[in-house]
Write a protein that binds this ligand. Structure first.
Ligand code: CTP
Ligand code: MN
Ligand code: MN
Length: 506
C-alpha cells in the first residue's frame, strides 16, 4: 500500500543549514525577548535573516540596533544590564546602540533595508511619553472586508491562541464556535497597537467574554490554559495530524479517529481504505508538511509558465493565495490562469499537465473539470472553475541552475522517485483556469484569506443583497450579473473601500 515508505523516511531528514546572504553587514540587530516572547522573537529573527539582516542571538558590544516591543527605555536598559552584568550609558538619545521600538523593525522589513533611525523610532523620553499618552483603541468595523488586516501585527500571541481555539472547535465539528473565535482573532489582527488589558477589548466588536478571558490570561501569564490543554490533548493532536494530510477533511479524520487511528502508520495497520488524493498525501507527507518558501513558489511559477506557454504563449498566469497577500511561506502555491480569448483556454491546462507529467515534474494530480457553462448565480460557496490539484516534484536548486529552471528535462517520474536520488521535493500546487470575464472575481476569491473571503461574501449578501463568488456578482432579485473588470471595481460596486492584498490577512 505504501511502496515508497523507505524513501519517505529519507526525505524527512532535515536539510543542511543554508545561511541567507548578509546584505547589511553594518547593522547588527538584537531583539529583546521580554514581553515579545520566544515564539515571536524566533519568527521575527528568521524574517529579518531571510531579508539579509544580521540578528544577534545574544546581546554584545557588536549590536547596533536593540529592538523591543511594549517596553520602556529604562525597562530595556535594565534588562540588558541584568543579562550582561554591565551598566549601560543611559542617555535618552542613546545612539550606540540605538534603543528602538518594534516600529523601526517593521518599517525596515517592509522597506527591505534598514530604515533611517528617527526620533519616533527611539525609546527614551519621547518613547515613554508616547506609551503613556497613547490614543484610545480605534473603533473596528464589523466585517473583515471593511478593515485593513496586515500580515504582522502587535497582538500575535493573543490571536494565535484564539485561532487555535477556533481550529479546535472546527475539529470538533462546531462551525459556530469556530467562526466566533475566527472573528475575534480577525478583529484583533487589525489593531495597530498592542492590547494592554482585557478591558480594552470590551468595546471591540466580536470580542465577547470568552475572548476577553483569553486576552487576560495571555497578558497576565503569557499562556492560556485552554490552549495548553489542547496542546496535550490526544484527540486534538490526532485530529490536527490527520486533517493535515492532503485529501483529508474533518469528517474523514473523525471517522478514522473513532476507528482507532492515532498515527499515520495506523492507517496501513488498520487497513483503512484511502482515496487517491489521500494515498498521495501520505506518500509525500514529510515533504508536504514543510512550508513552501517564496523562493520555491517562484520556482514553481517558472516551471508552470514554461509548461503552459509551450501551448499558448500569451496566457496570464498569476500567483494568488497567501503569497499574493505577502506571506513568505505557505502550505501550497495557488495559480490563476486566463486569456482574453476563450478558445485559447480550452484544453490548455490538460496539455500542460500532461507535458509536465511526461517530464517527471508531477508526483500526483487530479483535475476537476469546469462544473457549468454559466457561472452559478445564487451560490456563495460554489466554485466551479476547472482546477488541477497537484503535487509537484520541484527540482532542487543545488543541482544546478539550468536544471532548476528547466525542471530536470528528460527525467521521468521513476528516475525522480528512485531511492537515494533526492533531486526534488514535493510541493502542493493548485492551478485554476478562469474565463477572462470572471478573472477579477476569481482573483479576489483565490487571494484569500479564507476569513476575508467569507466576510466579503457575507457583507455582499447581508448588506447589499448581492451574491458574490469566484465567478461573479449577482443581483438575485433582478436575476442579472454585474460585470467588473478589476478587483478595485468589485470593491467599488459593493460600496467598500479597496483593500489591497497585503491587508487581506484577516
Ligand atoms: N479557495 C477556493 N476554493 C477552493 C480552495 C481554496 O476558493 N476549493 C480559496 C480560499 O478561500 C482562499 C484561497 O483560495 O481564499 C487560497 O486557499 P489556500 O491555498 O487554502 O490558502 P492560503 O491563504 O493560500 O494559505 P496557504 O499559504 O497556507 O496556502
Ligand atoms: Mn495557498
Ligand atoms: Mn490552495
Amino acid at each position: 500500500m505504501f511502496p515508497h515508505k523507505k524513501r519517505r523516511k529519507e526525505a524527512a531528514a532535515p536539510p543542511g543549514p543554508v545561511a541567507p546572504p548578509v546584505l547589511f553587514p553594518d547593522v547588527w540587530i538584537f531583539l529583546v525577548e521580554r514581553r515579545m516572547g520566544a515564539a515571536r522573537r524566533g519568527f521575527l529573527t528568521s524574517l529579518a535573516q531571510r531579508k539579509g539582516f544580521c540578528v544577534a542571538p545574544e546581546f554584545s558590544g557588536a549590536v547596533t540596533h536593540v529592538v523591543s516591543e511594549q517596553n520602556s527605555f529604562t525597562d530595556v536598559l535594565s534588562w540588558i544590564e541584568r543579562k550582561t552584568g554591565k551598566p549601560m550609558q543611559s542617555a535618552a538619545d542613546q545612539t550606540s546602540p540605538h534603543i528602538l521600538d518594534i516600529g523601526w523593525f517593521t518599517e525596515s522589513m517592509s522597506l527591505g533595508k534598514p530604515a533611517t533611525v528617527e526620533a519616533r523610532h527611539r525609546l527614551g523620553i519621547l518613547g515613554s511619553q508616547m506609551c503613556e499618552d497613547r490614543a484610545a483603541l480605534p473603533s473596528v468595523a464589523p466585517y473583515a472586508c471593511q478593515r485593513q488586516t496586515p500580515l504582522t501585527h502587535p497582538n500575535s500571541e493573543i490571536t494565535d491562541a484564539l485561532e487555535m481555539l477556533g481550529k479546535a472547535a472546527a475539529l470538533q465539528g462546531s462551525e459556530v464556535r469556530s467562526l466566533a473565535f475566527a472573528r475575534a482573532a480577525s478583529v484583533i489582527k487589525s489593531l495597530p497597537i498592542k492590547l494592554r488589558s482585557a478591558n480594552e477589548a470590551k468595546n471591540l466588536v466580536w470580542c465577547g467574554g470568552h475572548c476577553q478571558a483569553v486576552i487576560q490570561e495571555i497578558l497576565e501569564d503569557g499562556t492560556c490554559h485552554e490552549v495548553e490543554e489542547l496542546k496535550v490533548s490526544e484527540q486534538y493532536r490526532c485530529m490536527e495530524l490527520l486533517t493535515s494530510v492532503f485529501g483529508v477533511g474533518v469528517r474523514t479524520a473523525e471517522r478514522w479517529y473513532k476507528d482507532g487511528v492515532r498515527k499515520l502508520s495506523d492507517l496501513e495497520e488498520l487497513n483503512i481504505k484511502l482515496t487517491a488524493d489521500q494515498r498521495a498525501g501520505i506518500e509525500h507527507y514529510a515533504d508536504l508538511k514543510q512550508p513552501v518558501t517564496l523562493e520555491e513558489a517562484e520556482r514553481v511559477q517558472h516551471l508552470i509558465k514554461d509548461a503552459l506557454c509551450r501551448f499558448v504563449p500569451d496566457l496570464t498566469i498569476t500567483m494568488t493565495g497567501g503569497f499574493r497577500r505577502g506571506k513568505q511561506q505557505g502550505h501550497d502555491v495557488d495559480f490563476l490562469i486566463t486569456h482574453p480569448d476563450q478558445e485559447s483556454l480550452s484544453g490548455v491546462l490538460e496539455k500542460a499537465v500532461d507535458w509536465m507529467d511526461s517530464q517527471g515534474l508531477l508526483l500526483y494530480h487530479h483535475t476537476k473539470v469546469r462544473s457549468h457553462v454559466h457561472a452559478p448565480r445564487r451560490s456563495t460557496h460554489m466554485d466551479g472553475h476547472e482546477t488541477c490539484y497537484a503535487i509537484f516534484a520541484l527540482p532542487n536548486c543545488d543541482t544546478g541552475r539550468s536544471e532548476c529552471e528547466a525542471g530536470a528535462p528528460g527525467a521521468t517520474h521513476s528516475d525522480l522517485a528512485s531511492p537515494g536520488a533526492h533531486t526534488w521535493r514535493a510541493v502542493r500546487v493548485d492551478l485554476v483556469v478562469t474565463p477572462h470575464d470572471e478573472y477579477p472575481f476569481a482573483l479576489l476569491g483565490w487571494t484569500g484569506s479564507k476569513h476575508f473571503e467569507r466576510e466579503l461574501r457575507r457583507f455582499s449578501w447581508h448588506e447589499k443583497n448581492l451574491s458574490l463568488n469566484s465567478h461573479g456578482l449577482y443581483d438575485t432579485e433582478q436575476d442579472c450579473s454585474i460585470p467588473a473588470t478589476s478587483e478595485e471595481e468589485i470593491f467599488a460596486l459593493l460600496g467598500l473601500q479597496y483593500v489591497p492584498p497585503p491587508y487581506r490577512n484577516a
